[in-house]
Design a protein around this ligand. Sequence first.
Ligand code: HEM
Length: 524
Amino acid sequence: MESGRETPRLKVKENWFRGVVIALVLVWTFQLISVIYRRRNRLKLPPGPPRWPVLGNLLSLGKMAHHDMANLSRKYGELMYLKLGVVNSVVVSSPEMAKEFYKVQDSVFSGRPRGFQSKVMFYDSQDLILSVGDHWRFIRKVAAVELFSPKRIKEFTDARREEIMITALQMLEKGKAGETVKADGVLLALSFNNITRLLFGKTYYGPKATGEPADSAEFQRLIMANNAAGFLVIGDFLPFLKFLDLGGTKAKMRMNAQAFDAFLSKRLNEHRMKGPSEQSGIAIVDALLQIQREDTALTDNTIKGLLLDMILAGAETVSDVKQWALTELMRHPEILQKVAVELDDVVGRDRLVEEADLVQLTYLQAVVKETFRLHPVLPFLVPHESLADTKVAGYDIPKGTRVFFNTYGMGRDPKIWEDPLTFNPDRFVNSPINVKGQCYELTPFGSGRRICVGLNYAMILIDFTLAQLLHMCELSLPHGMKPSDVDVEESFGEQITVPKLHPLEIMAKPRLPLNVYSEAGVIF
Ligand code: HEM
């Protein structure tokens, strides 16, 4: 007896069994591949550029992906297919086609892609921007009804005015000392202060920040670290490279996710302990905690995800739009002059702008629309994903297809706009086109059921800041610089936004009688 050792017969049997299993796996894999292959071949996909094996069209998109998408779709048409690694994608480039996705098949295309970032940073897509299905419906309702209702937005009017005054004062003080300001810095600080004041009742930027200095330093560090990390993870497109961490993006995202989570958990704990303060509106975090007390489906992770959405989606977008608008105004003194004339007609020179004036500032609104058209800060919006197999314009769109709305290309398309490269707000004067998702040639906030939930709030921030700054301040360029020297170079790549590459530099001087400032508490 050879106890503890295998007999030759047993070994033969085992090898035979292994062989059969391997053969079966191979046959099954082969069958699966051929089924997928046959199915793909049967599909009638929209036209698109030739694809490389494995990489597909990944190499067709460079650093300025929105330029490449716009150029390619000029060649391949209003519905273009791109294969980004393993990800089926379509690019939508005409108002008619956008309507098909946003309206006719809104529910089919209401999904969002998932990836490494949504998993580690956004609580496995438990936030609002990245969630789908019933969970999305639940938070969307909370956000639309409880957080961004007209009543709630109005409650924060005083807070918005105060924050804009702080910015105007800062600019005027610099101007008095003969110094210019970099618009990106002051506008970004203003946007983050507006958002965090809405969310937590505190501000974390600038000398007048009301948050603890350590919290302010951490918040600012996190914003910079998040931008530095980027948003693209190659393994989301080429799964066989999932084990790699090119450029350390995944490690950076994990670290940022932990630090954001710690920051947000601290805010939740503080507000749980203190309860709401009603100084100027109930902070959104208090409103969410109140809802949580009545409906436990609103978990801490969902609340934190939603707060993170608003921090990351609602500040840089708003400040980038304002900077692009000011840039175009400084390049076009005749348009700036028309804005000033309107402000003096509507508001006069013996008081400051109030939010109630905005509805009458129709030329300024046209300037903002023209800014959205020529400089969309989200050039292909936030991608959607199809939740089922479907057909569009006779083409097959498989389930899981990513949808990019080519707003950059559409905004510059001569088939849609006359003289599209010229900044001309007059095209929107007496025009029915608005940015509320009903006019598919101009959808900077998207459209349909997933339209930006912060749209009305964002528009007030943009219009009010521009109106107030342009009414209070005489803006000029640095000494020796001509309007034609102001560049419109874009940068792309940090997150999915397109800010101005070189910050706009401006000098602010008072343009109203000095008593108007002192009566409003702005002393410089
Ligand atoms: C100029 C400023 C802004 C622009 C251009 C913008 C644009 C967008 C776009 C294009 C989408 C996706 C729409 C779609 O999928 O069809 C979106 C979604 C969203 N935005 Fe904004 N946004 C801005 C400001 C804000 C602000 C101020 C907030 C909140 C404080 C906000 C919060 C959100 C959220 C939570 C979503 C996800 C909605 C959902 O998926 O159901 N955004 N935004």
